[in-house]
Ligand binder design. Structure first.
Ligand code: NAD
Length: 474
């Protein structure tokens, strides 16, 4: 069995202890994962701080070239990364291959970015310049739904902007990040990239660490709140991409057959374990039965199982704790609505949950109001559009939302009223490295991706020059 190591100060090192990484499709051991001690965290932070001045002094192009080299190493070993991703995360191989490709796409995009000084204004008396400089050591804390993609889309903008980095993957999906560490060790100067893994115990020590300037976190809203509290002592910069409960509103002018596939895909992508998956579907009364039937049929036809098997389209829920939660949400769906697909959990081993669609359910049920983060979609009936918008907005979350309509003006008018960071029209869950991804309400703080996302890895600095000043002649 392969031995995985962490990357600290340019060296691949064992942890203080280790934990098991389990394949969620069959609950078999994939590998052991090192668990860093607080002393090892301190070493990584010290190394990242020591490496910072030299790294920050490089040009964007020089830093970008090394990021591209890392992407090249992923590309050369893409199939191995995809297989490993399927083993640790559970997603089908085709989806794992897509993630490996997308991870490179995001990282290569940021590798090519630069931030030039900006001349704000200049006249005879005053010249105002706005500069951006790196923050220092950034810690990226990642979840388990897209382990490689999320590691890369934190690593690339943080590094290209001139910061040094500590990455901490989720304890149930550390292996692709630790494999990446082996390539990063060869490519980056010691201390620039550190990758450490844990057993869920290091969060507090990272987020309160005086040697870390910024936390870029993707994960749940409760953990995001803990991070804010813990980071307050050192006033760290924070980017928090947290939970979501994205609503989609389907207007009465939609052809149910045409819309069903897009809605189905956005609901069950990665077995529903996506922050911006479509999680609540509000459908106008006039097309409710038809759209429910279409989506139910797609879910019933889907092949769910071990992602390494040929023909499997949807993998298991990633870990036992999440599996238990999803099973509870399905019980809630059964109690409060009519199940038209899935609903019956097969006996283990493995955290396989069939794609579940529940109709005749409404707001107030937990599966509608909360974020299941698994393969279960509630379909809610509405008759008054304003009421549907109000219900969609009555959530503490505000990540994404969508409107489905054949009338662009009507769709846009609804989009303007949704209280979320992103609103899609006739699609959902579409994203890219060039598109800013801003959360609203308790879905987070700050922005990832796009120009704004890159700027979050920098501090603004103003140089304000008095041009009228002249030295007295000596
Ligand atoms: P989680 O919050 O439990 O864990 C995420 C990471 O935080 C892990 O690496 C974990 O070890 C670490 N962590 C745990 N306790 C910590 C603490 N006290 N301080 C610092 N770090 C700590 O989330 P999860 O269960 O891995 O992921 C699922 C959640 O993530 C869902 O709510 C989902 O919506 C959200 N998510 C959001 C986005 C987004 O971009 N908004 C993307 C993916 C997932």
């Amino acid at each position: 069995m392969k031995e995985y190591k962490m990357l600290i100060n340019g060296q691949l090192v064992a942890g203080a202890t280790s934990i098991e990484v389990i394949n969620p499709a069959n609950e078999q051991l994939v590998a052991h994962c090192p668990v860093a001690s607080e002393a090892q965290l301190d070493e990584a932070v010290a190394a990242a701080n020591a490496a910072f001045p030299a790294w920050a002094a490089h040009s964007y192009a020089e830093r970008g070239a090394l990021i591209k080299q890392l992407c090249g190493a992923i590309a050369d070993n893409a199939e191995e990364f995809a297989q490993l991703l399927t083993q640790e995360q559970g997603k089908p191989l085709a989806a794992a291959r897509d993630e490996v490709m997308f991870a490179q796409y995001f990282a290569n995009y940021f590798a090519e970015q630069t931030i030039e000084p900006e001349l704000l204004s200049e006249d005879d008396n005053q010249r105002l310049e706005v500069l951006r400089r790196p923050l220092g050591v950034v810690a990226g804390i990642c979840p388990w739904n897209f382990p490689l993609l999320i590691t890369l889309y934190k690593l690339a903008p943080a590094l290209v902007a001139g910061n040094t980095l500590i990455i901490k993957p989720a304890p149930t999906t550390p292996l692709t990040s630790l494999r990446l560490a082996e390539f990063a060790a060869e490519i980056f100067p010691a201390g620039v990239v550190n990758i450490i893994s844990d057993d869920n115990s290091l969060g507090q020590a990272i987020t309160s660490h005086p040697g870390i300037a910024k936390i870029s976190f993707t994960g749940s809203t409760p953990t995001g709140k803990k991070i804010m509290a813990s980071a307050a002592g050192t006033l760290k910069r924070l980017t928090l991409e947290l939970g979501g409960n994205d609503a989609a509103i389907v207007l009465d002018d939609v052809d149910p057959k045409a819309a069903a596939e897009g809605i189905f895909g956005a609901s069950f992508i990665n077995s529903g374990q996506v922050c911006i998956a479509l999680k609540r579907l509000y459908v106008h009364d006039s097309i409710y039965d038809q759209l429910c039937a279409e989506i139910g049929a797609l879910a019933n036809a889907a092949v769910v199982g071990d992602g390494s098997r040929e023909g499997v389209q949807f993998g298991p829920v990633q870990n036992r704790m999440q599996y238990q939660k999803v099973c509870d949400y399905i019980a809630d769906a059964k109690a409060n609505g009519n199940i038209i697909a899935g609903g019956e959990i097969p006996a283990g081993p493995g955290f396989i949950v069939p794609l579940t669609v529940v109709r005749d359910i409404t707001d107030g049920a937990r599966v509608v109001d909360e974020e299941p983060f698994g393969p279960v979609l509630p379909i809610v009936r509405y008759s008054d559009l304003d009421d549907a918008i109000a219900r969609a907005n009555a959530s503490e979350f505000g990540l994404g939302g969508s409107v489905w309509s054949s009338n662009p003006e009507r769709a846009h008018a609804v989009a303007e009223q949704l209280d979320t960071g992103t609103v899609w029209i006739n699609q959902h869950c579409a994203f890219g490295p060039n598109i800013p991804f801003p959360p609203a309400k308790q879905s987070g703080l700050g922005v990832e991706w796009g120009r704004e996302g890159l700027l979050e890895f920098t501090a603004m600095k103003v140089i304000n020059i008095n041009k009228a000043y002249s030295n007295p002649v000596h």
